[in-house]
Write a protein that binds this ligand. Structure first.
Ligand code: NI
Length: 173
């Protein structure tokens, strides 16, 4: 088991665009395992590789609420093909933005193509929490965060608050 350190706002790496994966090799498989370990350890339901500081287009998810019945899902190079006009709203949190929950409106249904952890090309249509989560994580791969859905004033306030929290733990001796 390997739990990685989470990268949080305002770290600049969270704003970078992640690179597509060409071949699935030992390194990527190890990374996928680490992402699952890290996500479960922090009780998250989704995690993108960039959140542990690695700019690769890999996402892990588990939106099952039952601890006894885990449903781990891995998406490599996910690409959104279609979004519904109908919208839905969830209160979203993010492992990279501690103690912040925001109501975000997103298309309710999304269709995407991706590569699974075995290297197989897949396509799927999803709705509900899975759709919201996938869109949230794909945003991470493109350097976009939930605070970007806010007005600039509100966004700056949150960044300022989180920056202060960070420095308040810093001790210089
Ligand atoms: Ni997030």
């Amino acid at each position: 088991m390997s739990v990685k350190e989470l990268i949080t706002v305002p770290d600049d790496i969270l704003r970078k665009i992640s690179e597509p994966i060409n071949t699935l090799q030992v390194n990527e498989k190890k990374l996928i395992k680490d992402l699952f370990d890290t996500m479960y350890h922090h009780n998250g339901i989704g995690l993108a590789a960039v959140q542990v500081g690695i700019l690769k287009r890999i996402i892990v998810l588990d939106v099952s609420k039952n601890d006894n019945e885990k449903k781990p899902l891995c998406f490599i190079n996910p690409e959104i093909k279609k979004l519904s006009k109908k919208m839905s709203t969830y209160e979203e949190g993010c492992l990279s933005i501690p103690n912040t929950f925001l109501e975000i409106e997103r298309p309710e249904i999304c269709t995407l193509s991706y590569i699974d952890e075995n290297g197989d090309k897949k396509e799927m249509e999803c709705d509900g929490l899975l759709s919201t989560c996938l869109q949230h994580e794909i945003n991470h791969l493109d350097g976009k965060l939930i605070i970007d859905y806010l007005s600039k004033i509100k966004k700056d306030l949150i960044i300022k608050k989180l920056s202060k929290q960070k420095t308040s733990n810093r001790v210089i001796v």
